[in-house]
Design a protein. Structure first.
Length: 708
């Protein structure tokens, strides 16, 4: 018997073509980012987001959205906007409304063909997704004095567009009623199964967002739900961004601008508050988007401003970084961005990925906080930070001293032998704030780095082979035999570096080495991580050329490089750091590297597929290569390692231009201000953020400040 007899048939007949909206019904998670309760809620949001878009285009009246939840799980959404066009499409020669519900990537909001320049909708998928995932969907349209109706079942049109009545010429709008299809979506999430498809509180929060983020729209919610019963609620513009950030008497600070470079405008409302009372909201084109370029840009500039003031006043110790979260947890903010650049990670639009908008906001906010902040408010904020930071510094020093007592000691000859692969910088401990030490994979990479580095500020270690797994053996005797642990211990005890940078190849082995070295710091030198001093530098895989310009790209950025007009030849793919020329390493890593800071909470937040942080570390560092590679692949596909808290690596210069021979007239090192004045500011910040949210249960009075 042939060994292939038990295999499934694979011939021409095995190919299937999904037409119209079938791809959504077949794989709803690709469009809705799931197939449970969140996906059902997304269907509602797709319809109500269209009302928001209409509210920006209709200037003659306030747009009203009415939403009614029925006992059977169906929902009806109506508005008084212009109504979806029902006439024949000039190219397709079918009623235009059919395209909205029956064809993917069809609509009036697609970039380049948009009558809605700054809309929530972007891809022409929303209403077709609602239809695809509905057991029954009815559309009623009022337009030009006529009332029209269409009916769908399980994504298929069962009632053609038909005129069913007349209305006043000024009475316009669209009503959509749908019941989700249980064969496509389900009423469950990761933890439980629900008995009703919508969570009332989620809808209340979403409509409250609409009222806060948009000035020309109001929503009315009416529900008749089993167990919960009947109820109504209004969401009007009585609640504003100013009232959000100014609750509890906080002084509201505001800044807005309209870009002259791209189609983008932004408004920022913020205030100083107490951590337990903070509210942080952000929106793109009137719909909540809490993650992405707009949030990180605002937070970057705010943290940069506060950190600079804190350092200038002499409150910052070189031993411990000023934690980004320490600043942001004391800030209320509402960020409103309106733009025609509608780039998101997925149809659900949870993360805004438009780099151009991020750069524009960063550039606009450069130096603006000095103008906006009230002097008295700023002084109070900085002094509060100083008090908390002082307590953390005392705790850090006590923990560091206790840990150092527990670490093994080494004989002088062992230290000297280990340090034969350590190449120091010229700066001494007094210049430690500017000194970095790099851990490099292999002799070739170290050789290239040696000719590329700034000798004054950059030391490096030439790693010999893959580090041993300290998660398996961490007793004193095993640590003494672990060469990588020993050399890290020697370097840390020098007390002359404030940046410890892991630089490895961009392949799986390099990623594994990054994890193993991070694990050594996590288990035995956590004070380095707690001080914000451990970094990973991502090595580029490609070198691109465009009009005489050279740029560098990571493994997953090949298509991006090509789309931007760069050419990548056969010799422009680096197999490893050792193959780089000195000028490539200097340009792509040393001067303009992509760095990720390993945060104090990173390992503690490693939870995936029900595994604890320790479970994941064990798998990553075990002998089971298949389990390890599976997790590594998932982590790499997410663009940045999951345990690094969604941090975004952006280009920063680490080259300080500081010469250790420059001292004051009395022989003491120059102050930071003197160094900056003479050699320029030394910028080492990286982008790392985790936007906040408000998650408290809402009371019936949605405008009660304590309920938001």
């Amino acid at each position: 018997m042939s060994e292939h007899n038990n295999e499934n048939n694979y011939d021409e007949s095995s190919f299937k073509v999904l037409e119209g909206i079938e791809p959504i019904r077949t794989n709803p998670h690709l469009t809705l980012d799931g197939s449970g309760m969140k996906a059902i809620f997304q269907l509602l949001r797709e319809v109500t987001d269209n009302i928001i878009d209409e509210s920006k285009e209709v200037k003659s009246r306030k747009i009203t959205g009415k939403v009614k939840l029925f006992p059977d799980g169906s929902v009806e959404i109506s508005d008084n906007a212009r109504g979806i066009p029902v006439g024949l499409h000039p190219e397709k020669n079918i009623p235009t409304v059919y395209l909205a519900f029956e064809v993917m990537n069809a609509g009036s909001k697609i970039k380049g063909h948009s009558s809605y320049a700054r809309s929530v909708g972007a891809n022409g998928i929303g209403l077709s997704a609602v239809n695809a995932c509905s057991k029954r969907l009815d559309v009623t349209i009022k337009r030009d004095g006529e009332v029209w109706h269409i009916g769908y079942e399980m994504g298929k049109r069962v009632e053609n567009l038909e005129k069913v009545g007349t209305c006043d010429i000024n009475d316009t709008g669209t009503t959509i009623k749908f019941l989700f299809d249980e064969t496509v979506l389900s009423m469950k999430d990761e933890n439980r199964v629900y008995d009703y498809p919508f969570i009332l509180n989620d809808i209340k929060k979403h409509f409250a967002d609409y009222a806060i983020f948009n000035r020309n729209v109001e929503f009315f919610l009416d529900w008749d739900i089993p167990v919960t019963g009947k109820g109504t609620m209004e969401f009007t513009n009585e609640y504003t961004p100013q009232s959000i950030v100014g609750k509890n008497g906080n002084k509201v600070l505001e800044y807005s601008y309209e870009s002259t470079k791209i189609n983008c405008g932004a408004e920022f409302y913020f205030s100083v508050t107490e951590p337990e009372k903070r509210v942080q909201l952000a929106a793109i084109n009137g719909s909540r988007v809490m993650y992405g370029q707009h949030v990180s840009a605002f937070e970057d500039r705010l943290v940069e401003f506060v950190s600079t003031i804190f350092k200038t006043r002499g409150y910052l110790s070189s031993e411990l970084a000023l934690d980004r979260d320490l600043i942001l947890e004391r800030i209320n903010y509402v960020i409103l961005v309106n733009t025609d650049i509608k780039q998101y990670k997925g149809q659900v639009k949870n993360e805004f990925s438009a780099v151009d908008v991020g750069f524009d906001i960063r550039e606009e906010l450069q130096g603006k906080f000095e103008e906006v902040f009230d002097t008295a408010e700023l002084d109070r904020f900085i002094e509060d930070l100083r008090e908390i930071y002082g307590l953390r510094l005392s705790e850090y020093r006590a923990l560091k001293a206790a840990r150092e007592k527990k670490r093994p000691t080494f004989k002088k000859e062992v230290i000297n032998k280990d340090l034969s692969k350590f190449y120091d910088c010229e700066n001494g401990p007094r210049m430690r704030e500017h000194n970095s030490v790099w851990f490099l994979e292999g002799n070739s990479a170290a050789g290239t780095f040696s000719s590329s580095r700034n000798v004054s500020t950059m030391a490096y270690v030439e790693l010999q082979g893959k580090p041993l797994n300290v998660n398996k053996r961490s007793d004193s005797q095993s640590l003494e035999k672990n060469g990588t642990f020993r050399i890290i211990s020697h370097v840390v005890k020098m007390n002359k570096f404030t940046k410890f940078i892991i630089g490895t190849d961009g392949d799986t082995d390099g990623l594994h080495i990054q994890l193993l070295i991070s694990l050594i710091f996590y288990k035995h030198f956590p004070e380095i991580i707690e001080a914000g001093q451990l970094y990973i530098c991502y090595a580029p895989l490609y070198r691109g050329h465009k009009n005489g310009k050279v740029d560098y790209f990571l493994e997953n950025e090949y298509d991006l490089a090509i789309s931007q007009g760069f050419t990548i030849g056969a010799g422009d793919r680096f197999k490893g750091l050792g193959e780089m020329k000195s000028e490539d390493m200097k340009a792509s890593m040393i001067n303009n590297g992509r760095f990720v800071r390993v945060s104090p909470q990173s390992f503690g937040k490693m939870e995936e597929a029900g595994m604890s942080a320790e479970d994941i570390i064990l798998r990553l560092t075990s002998n089971d290569t298949s389990a390890r590679k599976e997790i590594l692949k998932h982590m790499a596909d997410s663009e940045l390692l999951s345990y690094y808290e969604n941090q975004r690596a952006i280009k920063r210069k680490f080259d300080s231009k500081i010469n250790p021979m420059y001292l004051t007239s009395d022989g003491t090192p120059m102050t930071q201000e003197e160094l900056d004045a003479k050699y320029g500011n030394f910028d080492t910040e990286v982008d790392e953020y985790e936007p906040g949210d408000y998650t408290e249960e809402l009371d019936e009075d949605i405008y009660d400040a304590d309920a938001v």
